[in-house]
Design a protein around this ligand. Sequence first.
Ligand SMILES: Nc1ncnc2c1ncn2[C@@H]1O[C@H](COP(=O)(O)OP(=O)(O)OP(=O)(O)O)[C@@H](O)[C@H]1O
Ligand SMILES: [Mg+2]
Length: 326
Amino acid sequence: MIEFDHVSKTYKDGTKAVKDFSLQINEGELFTLIGPSGCGKTTTMKMINRLVKPTDGTIKIADKKISDYDMHQLRWNIGYVLQQIALFPHMTIEENISIVPEMKKWKKDEIKERIKVLLDMVGLDPKQFMNRMPHELSGGQQQRIGVVRALAADPDIILMDEPFSALDPISREQLQKDIQALQKKIQKTIVFVTHDMDEALAISDRICLMKEGEIIQVGTPKQLILHPENEFARTFIGDKRSPWQESVETLLVHNESRTNDREGVEKEAITIAHDQAVVEAVKLFEDNNTELLRVVKGEQTIGEISYRDILRFLRKHIKLENGVMK
Ligand SMILES: Nc1ncnc2c1ncn2[C@@H]1O[C@H](COP(=O)(O)OP(=O)(O)OP(=O)(O)O)[C@@H](O)[C@H]1O
Ligand SMILES: [Mg+2]
């Protein structure tokens, strides 16, 4: 677990890059930092592997302050994909990737095998690429080498600062899938930076939305979409709600006459909380073979919804294009 406790960073020139940042990143989690340019994402990342020293507060990894770790041990166990990929220009791709595994004293053929597997994973043919020099690769290919290099020595934590920014949408989507699959398989903690909300929503377990060095909201993609903290969050996330994710309460609001008719709601009817999503209501209908749900807010009944209400609601809100659902 990575723990930030009231961490701030003010650079020498007075720039307050990160302000009173407190949060926990769980082990095995894919955690994304997102926010506008200059909001402090890279600074936050660099404080984890001690490339930047906090002005205030403490950062702990596995319950131990990072300042108490041997710096080399710490860095070797934290893979880092830099925002601007920097491969050593006079070393081949293979040599570039081998640096940390060699420091960790892995066996030569073990390293070679690992590099082959990882290059394959990012869609670069090992035979073709291992012996090339960095300048013989395109920008996007170099970026992929950056990802491979960060993963090479099997670190416990991987920091990825906009690792896919130079890639075309197809390679990007492929790598997003690869990283997700890899993370599920090896259960590494990945801290990921992007300014692309769709990317963040697609791959993250949790997302931290930042603005001007401060945390605006931390939550799962679903929480951010359904309950944006404020107007900034709403705008940044964009309108990603599908009618299926609207709360059942929205249906009641759309259908006010029903909410006033509380007396008529059957006491025995299955209940659903007002903030549950339409899709949950559909599940309840199906699992319980019932026609009516009682909508409750705390102890109070605030209305009822029928299967038919849901159909009507979805029909109204799901866009049809040439008769086909979009
Ligand atoms: N070494 C430095 N000295 C002074 N100010 C710095 C330094 N590095 C970063 N900053 C400033 O700190 C703030 C946060 O920068 P940071 O690089 O963390 O932002 P970011 O969220 O990663 O932005 P981007 O999305 O553009 O990469 C910015 O205002 C930046 O100008
Ligand atoms: Mg940055």
